[in-house]
Design a protein around this ligand. Structure first.
Ligand SMILES: [Fe+2]
Length: 266
């Protein structure tokens, strides 16, 4: 499925020109004739969350007992990741489900599923967040195990939810939301202050884009001044920050790192 968008760019996650493959869902089934592919912008964010939560348990396990300095670094990252997912889901809750109920009433069961999954993930995130708080200044092995287990459960729930959302909700949302409405949603989302430094977030997003799509994504999504700033300053900030978080653990991400992005970032 490859359709050309006609809407304007509205930020560095907002202007893919062709339909991206989903982050794990089977081939999408269009619920109605669709005029936009704007949900692709959200699929990019989903890829980021998949990678962040897949890696999170190993980050906790990589902290040696009593290494409180490293525990605090990892805890700060985890708090930010949890906050990021809360904000993402609240935005979807605010802008997707009521509209979907009004304009596609036959999708009521899917809306109900999305709300239920968001609620369940949110509850687990709050539990993990509280555990991380407690662990940050003690770095005790018992709490670390509880956090890693909680994060693994969140990862499983999140993967299931993202597959369902991309398969059942996004084709409908593409059909019922106008470009102006998608732009409004993105503007609203961008009003939230990111819970981590912007270049760290950008670096994580770049690493989350499949390598084959990365150069096009960067060219389409990042204005030239941001590409320049990331290449000259931001990339080092990202690599330093992530290196400190993973210093006891190589993590599950690996990622392309910035080294492979040189031509795309020019
Ligand atoms: Fe969602």
């Amino acid at each position: 499925m490859s359709r050309v968008r006609s809407g304007p760019r509205s930020g560095f996650v907002s202007a893919m020109t062709t339909r991206l493959p989903s982050t794990g869902a089977p081939e999408r089934v269009a619920a109605a004739p669709s005029t936009t592919c704007r949900s692709d912008e959200v699929v990019v964010i989903h890829r980021l969350f998949r990678r962040l939560f897949a890696e999170a348990p190993s980050l906790v396990r990589g902290v040696a007992p009593d290494d409180t300095a490293h525990a605090r670094r990892v805890a700060k990252h985890l708090h930010a990741v949890i906050a990021l997912l809360h904000v993402h889901h609240r935005t979807e809750d605010e802008f997707f489900w009521d509209v979907m109920t009004d304009r596609a009433p036959a999708c009521g069961l899917h809306v109900e599923l999305m709300r239920r999954q968001h609620g369940a993930v949110s509850d687990r995130l709050d539990v993990a967040d509280a555990l991380v708080d407690r662990w940050a200044y003690r770095a005790d092995a018992r709490t670390a195990v509880r956090i890693a287990t909680a994060l693994e459960e969140i990862d499983r729930m999140l993967v299931e939810h993202l597959v369902d959302e991309e398969r059942e909700a996004f084709p409908v949302l593409d059909a019922i939301l106008s470009d102006a409405e998608w732009d409004h949603i993105h503007k609203h989302a961008q009003r939230h202050k990111p819970p981590m430094p912007i270049f760290v977030l950008l670096g994580l997003m770049i690493d989350s884009v499949p390598e084959a799509d990365r150069a096009a994504w960067i060219a389409n999504e990042l204005p030239a001044p941001i590409r320049f700033a990331y290449r000259t300053v931001g990339r080092r900030q990202y690599e330093r920050a992530i290196g400190r978080i993973r210093s006891n653990d190589r993590g599950a991400l690996g990622g392309a790192g910035a080294a492979g992005l040189e031509p795309a970032m020019a």
